[in-house]
Design a protein around this ligand. Structure first.
Ligand SMILES: [Zn+2]
Length: 175
């Protein structure tokens, strides 16, 4: 028999009787180097590597480059842009996504590649986007109506995710 507690949450007579444990699987490809990737992905990685030179990072000296391929083949670059008033700056991923949203409205996003360097030295591990960038990627994926693939580049490893959901489980998209 179901009973109602003071805050209105239904519970059955047997504690945890409807509880089940679940696991999420994160699906991604792992590469030793870009040479193992498709020619299109190699090109995007190269674009991201070049984009990082447009980073404006006089405070962190952490240069991030992003390259976003749209469905029509257009590549839009992004790089982190810092500001003396720290929160006013923006990450590389979002500069690319927002630039694409403005200059190529209605063209779906296909793949975004991200690289990062510390004081000019590329990171060994793949560069991973912050939470805010993952949320924006999720929105552009929804807007595109197709999975947005994400390539995270390090000197020693490269990860390729087939959809933003694998970087941001339980995406907020309720409104
Ligand atoms: Zn970010």
């Amino acid at each position: 028999m179901l009973t109602c507690n003071p805050v209105g949450i239904l519970s059955s007579g047997t504690k945890h009787s409807h509880m089940s444990n679940k696991q999420l699987v994160i699906d991604y490809d792992d590469y030793n180097s870009a040479s193992e990737m498709s020619p299109e992905d190699q090109e995007l990685v190269k674009e991201a590597l070049e984009a990082r030179h447009s980073s404006y990072s006089p405070y962190s000296h952490f240069q991030v480059g992003a390259a976003l391929r749209l469905e029509d083949g257009t590549i839009v670059r992004g790089a982190n842009q810092e500001n003396n008033a720290y929160p006013s700056g923006l990450c590389a991923e979002r500069t690319a996504l927002f630039a694409a949203g403005v200059s190529h409205p209605g063209v779906p996003c296909d793949t975004i590649a991200v690289v990062a360097a510390n004081n000019g030295v590329l990171l060994d591990k793949p560069a991973t986007p912050c939470g805010s960038c993952r949320q924006v990627m999720a929105e552009y994926q929804r807007k595109s109506g197709k999975p947005l693939k994400v390539i995270l580049v390090g000197q020693k490893r490269i990860h390729k995710f087939w959809k933003v959901d694998d970087l941001l489980p339980f995406i907020f998209d309720s409104i």
